[in-house]
Design a protein around this ligand. Structure first.
Ligand SMILES: Nc1nc2c(c(=O)[nH]1)N[C@H]1C(S)=C(S)[C@@H](COP(=O)(O)O)O[C@H]1N2
Ligand SMILES: [Mo]
Length: 246
């Protein structure tokens, strides 16, 4: 535990922030080595099958920092937001038996699950928040992934300053982890726009950048190598680790 905190703060010293380090990272072999060491250490210390620690209500941080790209401001997102997300549909497609387009009302009617967990950003800050939503596993069941499906790709509604869409991926094991949620609420309030309204991923066993905000589409794939730059996520395409376990 101590060692993990040390690693996180060393990372923060090495980095200036998620949104400004993309190009620097690719050239930085020392950083890559360091990240490799911290990855294997973290896996050795905590394993990949355990549960993230859950906290008490009294541990919840008063403010949950906002990080990453700006809230989408395009016509599509603005229209959804102005209509209180009544017209939002979570699309599930790719290697599934049943393509789905699921409304927010439907997601809110499904069995809800909460966890109070710590979000760890690779920049070296953490925040404890209470997330409520549906298990990603339950949502996947609605679409019935085919046997060929190995990864769950989350396509987001925001873009980087260069115009690249944000996306992330999990393998089916992480996607079906009992604490992995499609979160609809943070600290007992519906997600606000800056924290990813109306639906964000919350995966407390992995670093913050895996917890994709503003999720619009979930695609089941056999491999993510054909998507974007082929590394399974926006930050992964800039040189970050894909697994990113904590
Ligand atoms: N769609 C999208 N999801 C994202 C990001 C982003 O820029 N776009 N940033 C990631 C990073 S680096 C972090 S630390 C968290 C921040 O979530 P928060 O704003 O709720 O703290 O969202 C993650 N998910
Ligand atoms: Mo982050």
């Amino acid at each position: 535990m101590k060692r993990r905190i040390f690693l996180a703060s060393s990372l923060s010293a090495a980095l200036s922030g998620c949104s400004s380090i993309g190009t620097k990272l690719n050239d930085n072999a020392a950083f890559h080595n360091f990240l490799g060491v911290s990855e294997s250490l973290n896996r050795a210390l905590l394993g990949t099958h355990g549960l993230a620690r859950e906290y008490a209500d009294s541990d919840v941080d008063a403010t949950f920092r906002i990080n990453g790209f700006d809230t989408p401001m395009d016509a599509h997102y603005s229209r959804l937001q102005n209509g209180n997300f009544r017209d939002y549909r979570l699309l599930i497609d790719g290697a599934v038996e049943r393509r789905r387009a699921i409304s927010l009302a439907h997601l809110n009617d499904m069995a809800q699950q909460s966890n109070i967990t710590r979000h760890d950003c690779v920049e070296g800050w953490s925040a404890i928040g209470k997330f409520r939503g549906v298990r990603l596993a339950d949502v996947l069941d609605l679409a019935a992934p085919k046997a060929s499906a190995r990864y769950v790709v989350l396509h987001c509604m925001d873009r980087s300053p260069e115009g690249l869409p944000y996306y992330e991926s999990l393998d089916l094991h992480q996607a079906r982890h009992p604490q992995t949620l499609l979160a609809l609420a943070l600290n007992d309030k519906p997600l606000d726009a800056a924290h990813g309204a109306p639906v964000r991923l919350r995966v407390p066993t992995q670093l913050g950048y895996k917890s994709a905000k503003w999720v619009g589409r979930i695609e089941l794939v056999a491999s993510y190598s054909n998507l974007f730059s082929g590394h399974g996520g926006y930050w992964e395409d800039q040189g970050y680790e894909w697994y990113a376990g904590i």
